[in-house]
Each structure stands twice: as C-alpha cells, then as structure tokens.
Write a protein that binds this ligand. Structure first.
Ligand code: NAD
Ligand code: GLY
Length: 362
C-alpha cells in the first residue's frame, strides 16, 4: 500500500492506494467520530462491493447501514440527493455519523455534497471504485450535483476524512470506464508533469492491459499531482483551475448531449483536443504537439473529435462555466506540453474556428 497526504493543515487527510483495502478496518477506524457509518453506493457497485465493506466494518464493531442509489450521471441531481437526506433522517443519523461514498465520481460527488449539507456538515470518507474517481474526483473536496443548464453547478468544497483507493475494485470496471479515467490521468501530464506524460506514452499499452504495477503507479502519480495542487489552492482561486483542462468544452459536450451519453472522461478527452486546437490557433503549441496529444488519447481508447453542437450552443453551455469572469469565458490553454495557464484573453475568431472547424458530427 502507498500513502499520500493532502496537506490542508487541520483538515489534512491520507489517500491510501493499494490492493485489498476494502478488507482493512484498521485504515478506517481512526477516522470515525463514532462507531456508526452509512455507506452510499449504487445498484451496480452495491452488489459487487457493499457486502465486503460492510462486513469489514461491522466486524470491527461499527454499526453499518446503507443507501443504494440508481446508477448514472443522469441521477446526479437534487432528487437523488434528497434520497440520501431522507435515508439519513429516517434512520436518525447523527452529526458524528460518517457517510461513506462507495463508487465512482457520481457517488462521490453526491455523497460529499450530502455530507456537507446534512446537519451543516457530517464527516465523510471516499472509497472510489473507478479509475477516474481514484485519480481525481475522490481527492480535493469538490462535491456537488448537475443542473439541467450546467454541469456541477450546485455544490460545495468539502474535504473527506480519508480516501481509500482499493485497486482490486478496478478488476470489474468496464473497458469504456477505464478509458474515461485515463483522460484525467493524461490531463496531469499535459498541465504540469511532462515526465509523467512521457511515462504515459511509454506505458499506455500496459495501462490498457490493466497491468497492476502500471495502474498503481499512474494512480499514485496522479494523486500526487492532485494533492499538490489542492494543497496550494484548495478553493480554486488560482492554479487549481488548471485541473479543468478540456473541461469547459467537455462539460458543454456532457450537458449538450444529455448527461450520461458522453462519459465525463470522454468529454474531457474531446474537450482537451478543442483546448489544444485553440492553443495552436493562438500560436502557443504546434500541430505536431496537437497530434501527439491525439495519439495518446486514441491509444487510451478515447474520442478525439468533439460533437458538433453548433457554435452558439457551445457558447451558451460554456457561458455558465465556473471560470467565467465578468461574462468572459476563460479557458485552460497549453503554453507547451506539460505547462498550462488560464486565460480570458484570446482572439474570439480563433475560438469560433475551433468550434466550427474542429468538431465532427453530433
Ligand atoms: P461514475 O461514477 O458514473 O462511474 C462510472 C460507471 O462505473 C457507473 O456505471 C458505476 O456504477 C460503474 N462502476 C463504478 N465502480 C465500478 C467497479 N469497480 N466495477 C464496475 N462498475 C463500476 O463515473 P466516474 O467516471 O467515476 O465519475 C464521473 C463523475 O465524476 C462526473 O459526474 C464528474 O463530473 C465527476 N468528477 C468530479 C471531480 C471532482 O473533483 N469532484 C473530478 C472529476 C470528475
Ligand atoms: N477535478 C477538478 C478539481 O478537482 O479541481
């Protein structure tokens, strides 16, 4: 097992990464404020891993209850959030009861937001079971839900007590979801870690073959990058926004196509290609750089052509992005491979060209 710390002073917490962690109560017990936990999961992950985690905790004397939600991005909404509140109130969950998110990023974001709101804040633990959640969404305390008009628009920064990334759970992950997670892994290389990008180019075939050593290293290195960024800028007043490379376009794709049609990681991949194209049109990176990025995404089984939602629809969806300032959409751009920055200072004609000439069929 490898352990990293998200260094946030009195709210610092560990990320444990390794096999067999769902069986290790000793990793969880020090983080409980009372011997009671409610596990939130969904209809896909529940049948696979809920019994194992419940058994581990109840074997250590913890009173364990569960809430099983419907599966899918389309359920990351108010109604599902209320289901969690209903369950917590019906069972008289207390402020010191711990909420445990067992699942991918949808479960993690919903559960974290529920924990932030219930009785104005109860402790929560992330047990991510997708690659995407293990490398990104379980770390850093962004929680929330979607709105029909915009992705992740309602939410809170609320840090977990612990992240437990059991890599054994990835054995049951569908190939398409593994690829989606790799989009966020590649992101770290592109925005701030060129040696990792080069490592990914050398090892993508191993990752796609689910080589345990390669996957563990990619998760560890991704979490290290994320933990450093979050520790430096928890509330996204500066560099944390770089973690949104491709997301402004990607969120528009997810919202425009209907939540769940394109997976989040697929939106990030195609969205990053639009961000790379815009960076090229602005004279920042070369066509060869753009091609190099596309090759890596393709090798990861990811789409590199964004759907043609229409220029105006893209602009509408991106107009509610959280990086918008004084009505101006700001993008994460690539200064070079391994270095990114956020800017609202770009030629609108370059953006128009990206949104009309670089997209494919919707
Ligand atoms: P997801 O939560 O929908 O999980 C993907 C699918 O895999 C689901 O059907 C799920 O039930 C299933 N699944 C999960 N674990 C499994 C396992 N071990 N075996 C088999 N099936 C399994 O999607 P995701 O890609 O994990 O997360 C995407 C969400 O995360 C989006 O809503 C996105 O906005 C959010 N996100 C949040 C942050 C953040 O910082 N909070 C960062 C990135 C993404
Ligand atoms: N996934 C982007 C962030 O956590 O800031």
């Amino acid at each position: 097992m490898q352990t990293l710390t998200v260094d946030l002073g009195e709210r610092a917490y560990p990320i444990h990464i390794g096999p067999g962690l769902l069986n290790q109560a000793a990793l969880v017990l020090p983080h409980l404020k009372q011997k009671r936990a409610v596990i939130v999961t969904n209809t896909t992950v529940g049948p696979l891993y809920l019994n194992r985690l419940s058994h581990t905790l109840s074997g250590a004397g913890v009173q364990v209850e569960s809430v099983v939600l419907p599966d899918g991005e389309a359920y990351k909404n108010w109604e599902t959030l209320n289901t969690i509140f209903d369950a917590l109130l019906t069972r008289r969950a207390e402020r010191k009861t711990t909420l445990i998110a067992l699942g991918g990023g949808v479960i993690g974001d919903l559960t974290g937001f529920a924990a932030a709101c219930y009785q104005r804040g109860m402790p929560f633990i992330q047990v991510p079971t997708t690659l995407l959640a293990q490398v990104d969404s379980s770390v850093g305390g962004k929680t929330g839900i979607n709105h029909p008009l915009g992705k992740n628009m309602i939410g809170a920064f609320y840090q977990p007590q612990l992240v437990l990334a059991d890599i054994d759970t990835l054995a049951t992950l569908p190939d398409r979801e593994l690829s989606a997670g790799l989009a966020e892994v590649i992101k770290y290389g592109l925005i701030r870690d060129l040696p990792f990008l080069e490592w990914l180019e050398a090892n993508m075939d191993k990752l796609m073959a689910r080589d345990t050593e390669a996957l563990t290293y990619a998760i560890y290195r991704s979490c290290r990058n994320k933990a450093e960024v979050v520790a430096a800028d928890e509330l996204e007043s500066g560099q944390r926004a770089l973690l949104n490379l491709g997301h402004t376009f990607g969120h528009a794709i997810e919202t425009g196509m209907g939540y769940g049609v394109w997976l989040h990681g697929e939106g990030v991949s195609a969205g990053t290609m639009l961000a790379a194209d815009l960076s090229r049109r602005l004279g920042l990176i070369s066509q060869a750089d753009v091609e190099r990025i596309a090759v890596l995404f393709r090798r990861a089984g990811l789409p590199v052509v964004a759907p043609d939602l229409g220029h105006d629809a893209y602009m509408d969806f991106m107009g509610v992005d959280k990086k918008v300032e004084a009505g101006r959409i700001r993008f994460v751009l690539l200064r070079k491979l391994g270095e990114a920055y956020v800017s609202g200072d770009y030629d609108p004609e370059a953006l128009r060209a990206t949104l009309t000439e670089t997209v494919g069929a919707s």
